[in-house]
Ligand binder design. Sequence first.
Ligand code: DOR
Ligand code: ZN
Ligand code: ZN
Length: 439
Amino acid sequence: MLTLIKNGYVIDPASDREGCYDLLLEGEIIRAVKKEIDSDEIQQEADKKGVRFTLIDAKDKYVMPGFIDLHVHLREPGYEYKETIATGSKAAAAGGYTTICPMPNTKPVIDSSDMVKLLLKKAQEEAVVHILPVGSVTLGQDGKELVNVKKLKEAGCVALSEDGKSVMDTALYAEAMRQAANNHLLIFAHCEDKSLVGKGVINQGKKSEEFQLPGICNAVEDIITARDILLAKETGATLHLCHCSTKDSVAMLALAKKDGLKVTGEVCPHHFTLSDEDILSADTNYKMNPPIRSRDDVEALKEALRNNILDVISTDHAPHSEEEKSKSFAEAPFGIVGSETAFALTYTELVKQGYLTIKQMVEKMSSNPAKILGIDKGCIGEGYVADLVIADPNAEYTIDKKQFFSKGKNTPFHGRKVTGRIEYTFVAGRMVYRSENVS
Ligand code: DOR
Ligand code: ZN
Ligand code: ZN
């Protein structure tokens, strides 16, 4: 199979390439990146070889390395009514993602090599994007007994995470970090002090008062962020801070980097797009963990993205059923979907608003996650696997949750006007998503 993508505006931070290029894909691989590739010649070659030829006109479109999401919840096994590997990976592809890292808080938890193998087998059969699993830190995420770190690594995990909560036993977490470092596994940290959060469900402040709901103060995140950075320093672990939401957590990340520690941080589109002032009613589509914070925090997050303190934009795609989300704000589960809105929100809120250049956006959505994972992805170069995304930066539209591939429709962004549409996603040279809007 030969695919020629013509006249696209290529953005590839890994090779520092930005400009108009033609891309030729052969089978799974990027065969050529050139200023001009003759389509007649490729057509003739395809005829001669008897293979299919696809020509894509990418004029005025962005051609980027496929996005890599370090943080999704696929819900399989155990919660297939919320999402499956098939639907979650299709949602990812529709969002421009070609590689995703599912978190282990499934039922059963991904805490053994058998579970990892099962997940990878299912992914092989049903996923349309690459799946790199994250294993839990403790058995059953019970916070008591460590997983077999070496075996999880051997089975194919790229990181360990207790996402959904923190490991509150500091000594146990230190041991997990030591073993993770010895086995070249990353630690993805969900920072939340369980003893301090209490029954909190929304950012502590005017809104928690207005809706008379228990609040979550910034210290809930900040205390564990500080602890985890110190533990990484002590143990030599490579630490990645999940969904940073507070001003002080990014200040600590900046300090850790200055100190030369192996610490990186991510932020999710909902945390830089919304502040708690945007929560006009106790709508559970605004309930996630960590919560949407104050305007001050949002500004700090955007500034940290701009000056590259925050390395990654991830989604924390967290689908839940309509029934679960129709409970009261206090009772509904935390989490919103994000795979299918991340690019448009990032482009609209950060690139168009001048916080990030398009190159920085691609760094944070593709090349930096690849670097953190230590994988040969996130770049557009000859000989690389053809994981690519093509987007129209001028398309203006309204987000419609009814069009999501995800089973989860739990988003606060339904009806929001955005700019930037994913048109095509290629995984290993295969078109896994094509927007209905391309002719
Ligand atoms: O909002 C969230 N949802 N935060 C988490 O940490 C877990 C996630 C989920 O699994 O639904
Ligand atoms: Zn989390
Ligand atoms: Zn999560």
